[in-house]
Design a protein around this ligand. Structure first.
Ligand SMILES: Nc1nc2c(c(=O)[nH]1)N[C@H]1C(S)=C(S)[C@@H](COP(=O)(O)OP(=O)(O)OC[C@H]3O[C@@H](n4cnc5c(=O)[nH]c(N)nc54)[C@H](O)[C@@H]3O)O[C@H]1N2
Ligand SMILES: Nc1nc2c(c(=O)[nH]1)N[C@H]1C(S)=C(S)[C@@H](COP(=O)(O)OP(=O)(O)OC[C@H]3O[C@@H](n4cnc5c(=O)[nH]c(N)nc54)[C@H](O)[C@@H]3O)O[C@H]1N2
Ligand code: SF4
Ligand SMILES: [Mo]
Length: 751
C-alpha cells in the first residue's frame, strides 16, 4: 500500500486539483499533481503538500456527541444519536412547522455530495429555508448574471488576450484551474495584457501590465469610470450590441453622464491610466474578467457585479474564444430560478434559494412567530465564518435544537445539542459540483471528477449519505416496503433499476423527496464495496445528460436517451482522474443565454449607479483604517484545516500594514497592536509590507480557531476575523457582507 500512488484531489480550494498521494499508517505522506487529471493536468500548489493536517486533525470526531444538562458533551452510540436527532427535529416540525427548521450547509470546497444527501433529510422534515457560504459572496453576482444573461458565464484565461481581475488575487486564491502557469504565460507574452484592480499590490498585481490600485471600497467609481470612457469615447461594440443585446438606452444615458475624471480621483486612480486600460480593453480581440471578494464583500457589492459584467457585455466579449461563455452546470448549485421569495422574519431577498448569511441571527433572535427555532448545519462553520461571531453564537445558543454534521469539533459544533461525526473527504466517495471547465480555440468544455476513498473511515464515523439515509429512515419517510422492489431491480443491473425506479416513483410520489438516500440505499450497494456514497451521482449524471445531450455526446459519450446518462455515469464511476462531461462550440453560449440576447439595463441598480455622484467619502475619525478581514494567503484554506502548525511561516496570521502607518504608530514587524472596530477588538502581530496602501490593513481568513495541543489543552490561534465584523454592514440588495471593508482603529501595544 505504502508504495502505491493513489488518485484523489486536493480539497483546500474550489478548483480541487487532481493529485496522487502515498499513504502510510493512515497518514498522507507524499503528494504530487495528477498528470492524467482531466481538470488540472498535473498542477497543484504548495498547500496540497500539507493535506495530512486535514486528514489527521487532533480534534477529529470519533463518536456522536450529545450535550448534557451541565453544558458538556457526552459520547453516545449511533443508534441513540440517529433516533434522538430525528425525534428532536420531528418535534420541532410537528410543533412549529418544517419552515422553522433552517439548513446551513451543503459542502465546502471539495464535498458537495454532502448537500445531495442533506436534501433528502431537508425534504423529509419539510424544511423550507436554507443558506450557505455563497450567500456571503456570490448571491449578488448570481442575481445580476441571471437578469442579464439568464445563466452564469465564466472566463477563459487560457486563451484570453486580456484578463481583468477585479478584487481577486488568483495567484493565491486560484478560482480557475492551473492559475499560476496561466498567469505566468500571460505575463510573459507581450501581445497579451493582464489587469488587476486591487488596492493591494498582490502577487497577481506584481505580474500585471496594468495595476489599478483602487482606494478600498471605491470600485463602483472605478468600474463606472471605465464604462463611462467606453461610452463617451464611443469604444463600445455597436454591431455586437445591435445583434446580441437589448435595453441599452437607460444604461447608456446613465453612462454618458459619468464624470470620468472626478470618479477616477475618487477611486485614487490616474485618469490617464484608466483611459489607457479602457482603450486596451476595447482594442483586445478577447477579454476575460473575474470578480471576487474584493468587490463582492465591499460597498456597492451587487452594483459592482453589474458594472463588472457590463464591461464585457458592451465590448462584445461573450460567446467567443478567450472571452466569457455560458458553460454547463452539474447541478442546481446556482441554477435556482429567480423567485420573489423572502426570509420569513425580516423579508430579506432570497437569491438562488439562499437567505443572506448576515441576516440569519435576526431570523432567530426575535419573538416573531415565524422565527427559526432549529437548525441543521453540515460541512460549514457559520459560528466562525458569518459576520459578528458573538451574535451568531448567541443565535445558535438560543435555538431549541441544533445539530451539526462535521469531521471536527468546529466552532459551530461546540454550540450544538448533537454533533454527528462524518468521515473525512479522503475516507469516502466525494465530488464537487463547482465544475472544472477549460477552453480551446474552438470549443469550451466541462469536467467532473468523482473521487474514491484512499483510506478506510476513521472508527466511529460515516459518510453523509449513510447519516442521512438513517435519519430519513428514522423519520419514517422511507420504509422497507419502499426499498424492497428497488433492491431486487438493482441486483439485475442499472437499466432494470432505472425502469423500476420510474415505476416506484410514479406509484409512491412522496419518495421523490428522498430520492438521493433512496439511491444510496438501493443502488449504492451495487457500486462496489463502500461505494454507496457515490449513488447520488447516478441521478446527477442522468439529469445532466437529459439537460445537455448534445454537449455530452460531443464529449465522446455515446448513447440515446437513458443510455447516454448511463454511459456518462459509467465513465464517471470508472475514471479516477475525472472525465470531460461536455464539449460545446462557442455558439452554444447564445443558446444558453435567455432569448439569445443580453439584457443591459437592470432598473433596480440604475438609481444606485446614478447616486454615486452624490456619495461623499465617509470620514470616520474614530476608525481611520480600512481592514480587509479575511484575506487569502498561501497558508489559508477557510477552516478546513484547523491545526495552526499547517501555517509554518505565519502561524498566528499577522496584520499586514504599510510602512508609513507602522512608523506613525511606532510599531515594527513582529510588534503587537490592538485592532478595534465598532463591534470588537483583537490583539495581533504586525507585518510591515509596502504591498498595502497607507490606511489599508489586512488579516487572513481561517485563523482564530480553537485547537488542542498535545496535552489536550485548547488554544485560540490568531484572530477570528468575524469577531470584528457586524451583520448590518452589508449590501442593501443582496445582503452580502462588507468583510473586505471594515472600519478600524489601531493602537500599538507597548512591548
Ligand atoms: N489560499 C486560499 N485560496 C482560497 C481560499 C482560501 O481560504 N485560501 N478560499 C477560497 C474561497 S472560499 C474564495 S471565495 C476565494 C476568494 O478569493 P479572493 O477573492 O481572491 O480572496 P481575498 O484575498 O479574500 O480577496 C481578494 C482581493 O481583494 C482585495 N481587496 C480588498 N479590498 C478591496 C477593494 O475595496 N477593492 C478591490 N478591488 N479589491 C479589494 C484584497 O487586497 C485581495 O487581494 O478564494 C478561494 N481560494
Ligand atoms: N470575515 C470574513 N468572513 C468570511 C470570509 C472572509 O473573507 N472574511 N469568507 C467567506 C467565504 S467566501 C466563505 S466560502 C466562508 C467559508 O466558511 P464556511 O462556509 O463556514 O466553510 P469552511 O470554513 O470551509 O468550513 C468547512 C467545515 O466543514 C468541515 N468538513 C471538512 N470536511 C468535511 C466533510 O467531509 N464532511 C463534513 N460534514 N464536514 C467537513 C470542516 O471541519 C469545517 O468545519 O467564509 C466566509 N466568511
Ligand atoms: S489549494 Fe487549490 S490550487 Fe492548491 S492544490 Fe489545492 S485545490 Fe489546487
Ligand atoms: Mo468562498
Amino acid at each position: 500500500m505504502a508504495d502505491e500512488w493513489l488518485k484523489t484531489a486536493c480539497i483546500l480550494c474550489s478548483v480541487n486539483c487532481g493529485i496522487e498521494v502515498k499513504v502510510e499508517d493512515r497518514h498522507i505522506t507524499r503528494v504530487r499533481g495528477d498528470r492524467a487529471s482531466a481538470a488540472s493536468h498535473g498542477y497543484a500548489c504548495e498547500k496540497a503538500q500539507r493535506l495530512d493536517f486535514y486528514q489527521n486533525g487532533r480534534d477529529r470526531l470519533t463518536a456522536p456527541l450529545r450535550r448534557r444538562a451541565d453544558g458538556t458533551f457526552e459520547e453516545i452510540d449511533w443508534e441513540t444519536a440517529i433516533r434522538e436527532v430525528a425525534a428532536g427535529f420531528a418535534r420541532v416540525r410537528d410543533t412549529w412547522g418544517g419552515a422553522s427548521i433552517f439548513y446551513y450547509g451543503g459542502g465546502g470546497q471539495g464535498n458537495h455530495l454532502v448537500g445531495s444527501y442533506g436534501a433528502s433529510t431537508r425534504r423529509a422534515l419539510q424544511m423550507v429555508y436554507s443558506s450557505n457560504a455563497l450567500a456571503q459572496e456570490k448571491t449578488g453576482e448570481f442575481w445580476v448574471e441571471h437578469v442579464m444573461f439568464g445563466t452564469g458565464v465564466r472566463g477563459s484565461f487560457e486563451q484570453a488576450e486580456m484578463a481583468v481581475f477585479v478584487g481577486k488575487n488568483p495567484w493565491q486564491s486560484h478560482g480557475f484551474q492551473r492559475a499560476r502557469p496561466i498567469l505566468r504565460d500571460m505575463a510573459a507574452d507581450p501581445k497579451r495584457a493582464l489587469v488587476v484592480i486591487d488596492p493591494r499590490r498582490t502577487e497577481t498585481a506584481e505580474m500585471a501590465d496594468y495595476h489599478l490600485r483602487v482606494r478600498p471600497g471605491t470600485d463602483a467609481f472605478c468600474l463606472a469610470a471605465i464604462l463611462g470612457v467606453l461610452v463617451q469615447e464611443d469604444l463600445v461594440n455597436h454591431d455586437f450590441i445591435h445583434e446580441r443585446a437589448e435595453n441599452s438606452t437607460d444604461l447608456f444615458a446613465a453612462l454618458t453622464e459619468v464624470p470620468v475624471a472626478e470618479y477616477c480621483t475618487r477611486a485614487g486612480l490616474s485618469e490617464d491610466l484608466v483611459r489607457e486600460v479602457t482603450r486596451r480593453i476595447a482594442r483586445a480581440s478577447s477579454v476575460s474578467l473575474y470578480e471576487d471578494l474584493g468587490i463582492e464583500q465591499a460597498p456597492h457589492s451587487t452594483l459592482n457585479s453589474y458594472l463588472e459584467k457590463l464591461i464585457f457585455a458592451v465590448t462584445g466579449n461573450l460567446g467567443k474564444p478567450g472571452a466569457m461563455n455560458a458553460g454547463t452546470t452539474l447541478t442546481g448549485l446556482f441554477s435556482g430560478s429567480l423567485s420573489s421569495a423572502t426570509s420569513p422574519v425580516g423579508g430579506h431577498r432570497i437569491i438562488g434559494g439562499m437567505i443572506p448569511a448576515n441576516v440569519i441571527p435576526d431570523e432567530i433572535l426575535t419573538d416573531h412567530p415565524k422565527r427559526f427555532r432549529a437548525m441543521l448545519v453540515e460541512a460549514e462553520n457559520p459560528a466562525h465564518s458569518v459576520a459578528d461571531s458573538a451574535r451568531m453564537r448567541q443565535a445558535l445558543r438560543s435555538l431549541e435544537f441544533l445539530v451539526v454534521i462535521d469531521v471536527a469539533l468546529s466552532e459551530t459544533a461546540r454550540e450544538a445539542h448533537y454533533v454527528l461525526p462524518s468521515c473525512s473527504q479522503y475516507e469516502k466517495w466525494e465530488a464537487t459540483f463547482f465544475g472544472s471547465p477549460f477552453t480551446t480555440e474552438t470549443e469550451f468544455a466541462n469536467t467532473f471528477t468523482l473521487r474514491a476513498p484512499i483510506l478506510e473511515p476513521l472508527a466511529g464515523t460515516m459518510p453523509e449519505g449513510e447519516i442521512h439515509r438513517r435519519l430519513v429512515r428514522a423519520l419514517g419517510a422511507m420504509t422497507d416496503d419502499d426499498v424492497a422492489p428497488l433492491h431486487a431491480a438493482a441486483a439485475q443491473g442499472r437499466e432494470v433499476f432505472a425502469t423500476e425506479l420510474g415505476r416506484v416513483l410514479s406509484e409512491r410520489s412522496q419518495l421523490g423527496a428522498v430520492l438521493t438516500v433512496l439511491l444510496y440505499e438501493t443502488l449504492g450497494p451495487t457500486l462496489g464495496a463502500g461505494a454507496e456514497n457515490a449513488a447520488s451521482v447516478w441521478g446527477i449524471a442522468h439529469e445532466f445528460a437529459r439537460r445537455y445531450p448534445e454537449s455530452v455526446r460531443r464529449a465522446g459519450i455515446r448513447g440515446q436517451d437513458g443510455e447516454l446518462g448511463e454511459a456518462l455515469f459509467e465513465a464517471i464511476l470508472k475514471n479516477r482522474s475525472g472525465v470531460v462531461v461536455s464539449v460545446d462550440p462557442f455558439v452554444e453560449t447564445w443558446r444558453r443565454i435567455h432569448k439569445g440576447r443580453i439584457n443591459l439595463t437592470i432598473p433596480e441598480l440604475l438609481p444606485e449607479l446614478r447616486s454615486l455622484r452624490d456619495e461623499r467619502p465617509s470620514a470616520q475619525p474614530d476608525f481611520p483604517f480600512v481592514l480587509s478581514a479575511g484575506q487569502r494567503r498561501s497558508s489559508t484554506a477557510n477552516t478546513i484545516i484547523r491545526d495552526p502548525k499547517w501555517r509554518p511561516k505565519d502561524p498566528q496570521g499577522a496584520l499586514w500594514m504599510n510602512p508609513e502607518d507602522a512608523s506613525q504608530l511606532g510599531v515594527k514587524s513582529g510588534g503587537r497592536v490592538r485592532v478595534i472596530t465598532k463591534r470588537g477588538s483583537a490583539e495581533t502581530m504586525v507585518e510591515i509590507t509596502d504591498s498595502m496602501l497607507p490606511g489599508h490593513v489586512s488579516l487572513p481568513n481561517g485563523t482564530g480557531l480553537w485547537y488542542p495541543d498535545r496535552e489536550g489543552q485548547e488554544f485560540q490561534n490568531g484572530v477570528a476575523p468575524n469577531d470584528l465584523t457586524t451583520t448590518e454592514d452589508r449590501d442593501w440588495f443582496a445582503g452580502t457582507p462588507f468583510h473586505k471593508h471594515v472600519r478600524a482603529r489601531i493602537e500599538a501595544i507597548a512591548s
